[in-house]
Design a binder for this molecule. Structure first.
Ligand code: ZN
Length: 290
């Protein structure tokens, strides 16, 4: 969907591509009107676009979400930011429930930064998430219909039969685990660690790396809490890498201290000492997560 064009005449599907910015072109996308395609490769974590808002407005008003992207701390998790902005270039990205680009607000620079969540090849369409991702297809489609008036036909929404049922089940489970993570509800460290490993695996299956740093954090917390600092270091290194790729080096910088000294974490050693496992353990390879 082309959000900027939603209220004006849609361009003809045969319209000539035009350059959005270096390496990005706006082109006709079958079934979607127009969208943004890569004209060169982009590496995971690379900034594909950084843009200041034409204007910002409160997201608390009804119907404010149609043409705006959030200017706040939480991306791809629903619009929890207090304000949103209109971005003339950024509004050209279509939505997908398997986004390959993440939009993250850089408050210090006053820019919305769009980063590649994985390596992107020339010719691929670049898509953001306009809404919740950790929900069933029915729930995602209902949200897109209500907020933006279109039926999502992304690769996750195009699944059928058993593949769809499995995807729905994974995203619902991930949603519950993500909510527990946000509340800091980890319970027993062994159970918490098992959930973190399961979540990382399901995120891979759903191709949703934007949440990876959150679940690496869960693994880090469990290991640091029982003073298994060797494993905690390995989780922290994963969290740093995933956070930098999705949200940038400034956002990820707090992980540097925890990678070098996990015992400086506030909850370090708060539970009885135990040895758990990190993403550097043989278990990781057995699960195919290396
Ligand atoms: Zn979708």
């Amino acid at each position: 969907m082309d959000t900027l064009g939603a209220s004006s005449s849609p361009p003809a599907p045969t319209a000539e591509p035009w350059e959005l910015t270096d390496g990005l072109a706006v082109e006709a996308i079958p079934g979607k009107g127009q969208g943004v395609r890569a004209r060169r490769p982009f590496a995971r974590g690379e900034t594909v676009l950084a843009e200041a808002a034409l204007f910002t407005q409160s997201l608390r008003r009804t119907n404010a979400s149609t043409n705006v992207l959030p200017c706040g701390g939480n991306d791809a998790h629903g619009h929890v930011a207090a304000r949103g902005g209109l971005f003339l270039r950024g509004a050209r990205f279509n939505s997908s429930c398997v986004p390959n680009v993440n939009n993250h607000w850089d408050a210090a620079r006053g820019l919305l930064v769009f980063r590649a969540l994985r390596d992107i090849a020339p010719g691929e369409e670049l898509c953001l998430a306009y809404g919740r991702l950790l929900a069933t297809r029915a729930a995602r489609r209902a949200e897109m219909r209500a907020k933006f008036g279109f039926e999502c036909a992304c690769e996750a929404c195009a699944l059928t039969g058993r593949a769809l049922a499995e995807s729905d089940a994974r995203r619902e489970s991930l949603g519950s685990m993500y909510a527990a993570h946000l509340q800091g509800a980890y319970g027993d460290p062994m159970d918490g660690l098992g959930e973190a490993v399961l979540a990382v695996r399901m995120l891979r299956e759903e191709q949703l790396p934007v949440y990876a740093s959150s679940f690496y954090y869960s693994g880090f917390h469990c290991c640091a809490a029982v003073a298994d600092y060797r494993s905690a270091k390995a989780w922290a290194a994963k969290a740093f890498d995933a956070s930098r790729a999705a949200f940038g080096a400034d956002h990820a910088s707090r992980w540097k201290r925890l990678v070098s000294d996990p015992s400086s974490y506030a909850a370090a050693g708060s539970l009885g000492k135990r040895t758990l496992a990190g993403p550097d353990s043989p278990l990781w390879a057995v699960l195919g997560l290396s």
